[in-house]
Design a protein around this ligand. Structure first.
Ligand SMILES: [Zn+2]
Length: 323
């Protein structure tokens, strides 16, 4: 790991590295089109954020060797707990199979992805997503764009008092992301959005289900002890503790309405049941299973019956659910 200190250029820093580290540093690729000085080029080609706030970046020799895919099977992440960069497989990786991470946002259109990869890393991507035949590439681009658009529309749908529409859109986005093979890496924020919608509308059962799924996805991509996974586990166990930016409780702020969860049968024939990758294991320390199981059978039955009635009412009242 190489981290620049204040007042020293990348070139000065690299030239002062002890010999084995210097060899390692200069063995990395220098592919950025904007930096003629080799030491700087290596830096801008390979450096990674150390944390979410982008105030620290560093060079990591092993992770820099991983190739890119627009449908990655692994993600890297700066762990504040471990104080190191870690890589998690988000799909099963067979012995001998290449570990592939994403250098850029994989939800962008193919042309945007190719341009970014060309500019920053000087290669043309031939991953499975980018190598699709023309027609299928268009379908893939359209699915990914729709996922992004759905995430951007959620606030508007809520402003218009359409929580059920927002939740159905989220489920559709997850379905599309699954078809694209990126749902493990891309949908945790959507699950959190869905959780907050259920909290705002006072729907405890589905708030817990969405928080549980967000917890499992955060655990998968960032580890069980990551801040995000710990937060989502806490919210799963106590959805009423969720607060708004003003510090006030969000619980049932918009009234009470039974909404939808991630695992309910869908009206859409394309919507598939979501399931976690077989590599995911619930940590032994965590509370068992989904929080929904903490409710008694009688309670669950009652809530489900109420949910069914409320959903029918909501659907007929709102008259619009994405198909
Ligand atoms: Zn690609």
């Amino acid at each position: 790991m190489l981290v620049p200190s204040e007042g020293r250029t990348i070139e000065q820093l690299a030239s002062k590295l002890p010999q084995p580290a210097k060899d390692d540093y200069f063995s990395l690729s220098s592919s950025h089109v904007d930096y003629p000085v080799v030491a700087e080029n290596i830096w801008y080609t390979n450096s990674l954020d150390m944390g979410d706030f982008k105030d620290r970046i560093g060079i990591f020799l092993v992770i820099s060797r991983f190739n890119h895919s627009c449908t990655p099977n692994a993600l890297f992440h700066w762990s504040e707990t471990l104080n190191r960069q870690v890589v998690y497989n988000i799909k099963p990786i067979a012995k001998g199979q290449e570990i592939e991470v994403a250098y850029i946002s994989v939800m962008s259109p193919p042309t945007t992805r190719q341009n970014a990869l060309k500019k920053n890393f000087n290669f043309v991507c031939h991953c499975t997503a980018c190598s699709l035949p023309c027609k299928e590439l268009e379908i893939s681009a359209s699915r990914r764009s729709e996922c992004v658009a759905i995430a951007q529309r959620i606030d508007t749908q809520l402003d218009r008092g359409k929580p059920l529409v927002a939740l159905c859109s989220i489920r559709r986005a997850m379905d599309l992301a699954k078809l694209e093979g990126v749902w493990e890496s891309e949908t945790a924020p959507l699950c959190y959005d869905a959780f907050r919608i259920c909290v705002l509308w006072g729907d405890e059962l589905h708030a817990r289900q969405w928080a549980d799924l967000a917890f499992k996805l955060c655990s998968l991509i960032k580890g069980h002890n990551s801040a995000d996974a710990i937060m989502m586990r806490r919210l799963r166990d106590d959805p009423k503790s969720e607060k708004g930016s003003n510090g006030k409780s969000l619980w049932a702020a918009l009234g009470e309405q039974i909404l939808v969860g991630p695992f309910e049968p869908s009206r859409s024939p394309r919507m598939q049941e979501l399931s976690l990758p077989s590599s995911f294991k619930e940590p032994a320390k965590a509370t068992s299973g989904t929080s929904a199981v903490k409710l008694s059978t009688g309670q669950k039955k009652k809530i489900k019956e109420k949910a069914k009635r409320a959903r029918l009412n909501a659907l007929s009242a709102q008259g619009e659910v994405p198909g």
